[in-house]
Design a protein around this ligand. Structure first.
Ligand SMILES: *Cc1c(COP(=O)(O)O)cnc(C)c1O
Length: 424
């Protein structure tokens, strides 16, 4: 077609605009919508299909066996020889499960701020009668281990019973250094329980509960674990199990002791969330056996780096920038971008969705209306991430944002060389 046109018109942008009337650009979102938010994430078709079946008996047979296999795989995922629990709950439920099983009314907990979600866990803690102290941190930075050490050293009476932190915060896009925080607690000689939220990092970032000295870890199944929302996951190490008998906040639904009981239904404190378990089982097979946990972590690291490279190029124009200033503290599951122009910040996510069919997230917390978040976790491949970057760049052009280079070209050049075909 192009060859038949007069050569002078081949790359004539004005002519092309005339050939593609404006109304056509308004329907570019038709097609499969691409969900690139920091949770819930895209559910693989095989996981969706695993739920499409009748309910089964809750006392014997397949479901009982499946529970055992899910719990065994959870220990693998958390990296613990401790005790795993599965709740019909979201992450907020798992927060409550974690707190109520090891703490008493009035106990003090130290929340390590690094965005929004540790604060949220702290709000849950204060709503159930715990005394919450926040170790403040700037929204653009990771938890500072030296500040943790100093605060715990000052707590000579050991009033702080637990330290609460997230591995990855989906509001700020930070990844905290859990080993350094553990080392800070140890350096202070402090006995507090170390409790970690891995909702946006399990299956994505390396995490090894026992090796890291984490006493309680919690997660939700709907982010890196590619399962429909509704499963809350908790694991308890030996120090947490030892603290459990004195915990007077515990209620029947969350109670580890009840869930350790002899009947299968007790593991769920009632009817198991059967279809979510069918889905979870299939997702675990996909993650642990078909892909492999190390490979999945490497995939996330590659796709995150490609995303970060693109954002770094766009940031050169000054129109946008990373929320997290220190590159090594940026998460592999989500990238949080600040937008200089508030009018654009408020509009960008809706524009990408309505015009192009790409679903990003608005900024939350300190970044409300001032930025956007790109989720690149769970069932995401190079096609999804490169497509996302392509649409973001397209939207920046469409909105007239000045660009000082192509982030997409940079991401493609980097990812292409990082994954170069050895057989070339
Ligand atoms: C999403 C998220 C949560 C909350 O999970 P819900 O299932 O929405 O309750 C908690 N912590 C982190 C780090 C998250 O990203």
């Amino acid at each position: 077609m192009l060859g038949k046109e007069p050569s002078g018109h081949r790359h004539d942008a004005v002519r092309q605009t005339r050939s593609f009337p404006k109304v056509h650009s308004m329907t570019l979102r038709h097609g499969r919508e691409l969900l690139m938010i920091p949770g819930p994430t895209t559910i693989p078709d095989v996981v969706l299909q695993a739920m499409h079946r009748p309910a089964v008996d809750i006392y014997t047979g397949e479901l009982v066996d499946m529970t055992d296999r899910c719990l065994a795989d959870l220990k693998r995922l958390f990296g613990t020889a401790g005790r795993p629990y599965i709740y019909a709950a979201n992450g907020h439920g798992a927060w409550e499960a974690a707190l109520t099983n090891v703490l008493c009314r009035g106990d003090k907990v130290l929340v390590l701020e690094s965005g929004r979600f540790a604060l949220g866990w702290g709000e849950t803690a204060s709503s159930i009668g715990l005394a919450v102290e926040v170790l403040p941190q700037d929204f653009r930075k990771a938890v500072d281990p030296a500040a943790v050490q100093a605060r715990l050293e000052a707590d000579t009476a050991h009033e702080i019973r637990a330290v609460l932190v997230v591995q990855v915060d989906t509001a700020s896009g930070v990844r905290n250094d859990l080993a350094a925080i553990r080392a800070a607690i140890d350096a202070a000689g402090h006995p507090a329980l170390f409790m970690v939220d891995t909702v946006a990092s399990l299956g994505i970032e390396p995490f090894a509960m026992d090796a890291l000295g984490v006493d309680v870890a919690m997660c939700g199944a709907q982010k890196g674990l590619m399962t429909p929302p509704g499963l809350g996951l908790v694991a308890a190490g030996p120090k947490a199990i030892a603290a459990h008998p004195r915990a007077d906040l515990v209620t029947r639904y969350w109670d580890w002791t009840f869930r350790d009981g002899p009947e299968h239904y007790m593991k769920y404190c009632g009817t198991p969330p059967e279809h979510l378990l069918f889905a979870f089982r299939r997702a675990l097979d996909l993650l642990l056996d078909e892909e492999g946990l190390a490979a999945a972590q490497a995939r996330h690291a590659l796709l995150a780096e490609a995303t970060h490279r693109a954002v770094a190029v766009w940031a050169r124009s000054g129109a946008l920038e990373f929320n997290i200033e220190e590159p090594s503290h940026r998460a592999n599951s989500v990238t949080v971008v600040r937008v200089a122009d508030p009018a654009l910040g408020a509009r960008f996510v809706a524009f990408c969705r309505d015009r192009y069919g790409l679903v990003l997230s608005n900024g939350i917390g300190d970044l409300g209306g001032k930025g956007f978040r790109i989720g690149h976790m769970g069932h995401v491949n190079a096609a999804a991430v490169m497509g996302t970057l392509g649409v973001i760049e397209t939207a920046l052009v469409a909105l007239g944002i000045p660009l000082s280079g192509s982030g997409v070209a940079e991401a493609a050049a980097w990812l292409g060389s990082a994954t170069a075909d050895d057989a070339r």
